[in-house]
Design a protein around this ligand. Structure first.
Ligand code: NAG
Ligand code: NAG
Ligand code: NAG
Ligand code: NAG
Length: 299
């Protein structure tokens, strides 16, 4: 249940009204929405240490991120803050690697999120209260009732060590890896026979928020590992670099119907127009990428 609920909790209690509105303002499952802006570039390398200008290529959804010696600093100084950055463009399947150090602090969550307009979502959640494990999670169409959505995975001291958190996301499978080692793989069929598999264009969002905010529900605070004590602020997560490989670069992505299925997404200005349903069958990992490239058709 957690992520959507927490999003809502965070929106209500902690965030300025902007965060999340892009995703909830127009849900393409319910109405006709503007196309998502993509990019025809297939790889992106953001090194926040080498160049502080790199941050200007990202959208700031909330707060005032700054660049320090080790990268972008997303800091909660007081209650109500949840600084978050996001790509200004959407990608439709790809590999996303974020090298970052999570924040310490009871109830403080450092997160890396893929989120689509119809609320498909993929998460890394590093909880400040836990130094040896983190959570992975996903949502299809915002459905918090899907079973076996989230897991705990081992990680070595993420609050004091930079790790490389990678999502490898194809129509067939989604893998969460830490420092190049796969921790969890979700296949298309694992997610309620594909109906709850994340499969629509997403933006990459990176942010920090207080799940332990005293105004949150008791359940949220408990999940977050306890109540946040703001007199121990600042709480800072640091993002060193981000690499993105976009598997289907295109100028725009449009939901052609209200199914939310990956086959319904129409790409303009890319090398293919739509993916075929069989792309979901082609195994996992990078081989799936080649597989689905062969199986796509241009209409
Ligand atoms: C669609 O709109 C109805 C009415 O506004 C709302 O109750 C429902 O939750 C919406 N569904 C989605 C998927 O946004
Ligand atoms: C938290 O609750 C208190 C007391 O109701 C309120 O004054 C404060 O504004 C709330 N904080 C946020 C961030 O909503
Ligand atoms: C992060 O891991 C991915 C997947 O193993 C790898 O391709 C990438 O080069 C790594 N990034 C860095 C900065 O080490
Ligand atoms: C909050 O943190 C401060 C500073 O470390 C400490 O003095 C205080 O006792 C803490 N409050 C609670 C309720 O733990």
């Amino acid at each position: 249940m957690l992520r959507l609920f927490l999003h809502t909790a965070a929106l209500l209690s902690a965030l300025p009204a902007t965060l999340g509105q892009t995703s909830t303002d127009c849900n393409p499952l319910n109405k006709t929405c503007p196309s998502d802006t993509g990019s025809t570039q297939s790889t992106f390398h953001y090194d926040f240490v080498q160049s502080s200008d790199t941050l200007s290529e990202w959208s700031t959804l909330s707060g005032s991120p700054t660049v320090g010696d080790e990268g972008v600093e997303l800091t909660i100084n007081e209650e109500g803050q949840a600084p978050t950055i996001a790509t200004s463009f959407y990608i439709f399947f790809g590999e996303i690697s974020v090298v970052m150090k999570a924040s310490a602090g009871t109830g403080i969550i450092s997160s890396i999120v893929l989120e689509s307009d119809d609320l498909d979502e993929v998460d890394w959640e590093i909880l400040g209260s836990y130094t040896t494990e983190l959570q992975t999670d996903y949502f299809g169409k915002g459905d918090s009732s899907t079973s076996n959505r989230w897991t705990w995975e081992p990680v070595d001291d993420p609050q004091s060590t930079f790790h490389n958190y990678t999502l490898t996301w194809t129509p067939a499978a989604l893998t969460w890896s830490i420092d190049g080692t796969a921790q969890r793989t979700l296949t298309y069929s694992d997610a309620a026979d594909g109906t709850r598999y994340p499969q629509t264009p997403v933006r990459v969002k990176i942010g920090i928020w207080a799940g332990g905010d005293p105004n949150n529900s008791a359940g949220t605070i408990s999940w977050a590992g306890g109540e946040t004590n703001y007199s121990q602020a600042p709480f800072t997560m640091i993002v060193q670099s981000v690499d993105i490989a976009s598997y289907y670069p295109a100028e725009t992505y449009t939901y052609s119907d209200k199914t939310g299925d990956f086959e319904s997404i129409v790409m303009e200005g890319g090398s293919v127009t739509r993916l075929s349903a069989s792309a979901a069958d082609s195994g996992s990992g990078s081989t799936a990428t080649a597989g689905c490239t062969q199986k796509v058709f241009a209409s």
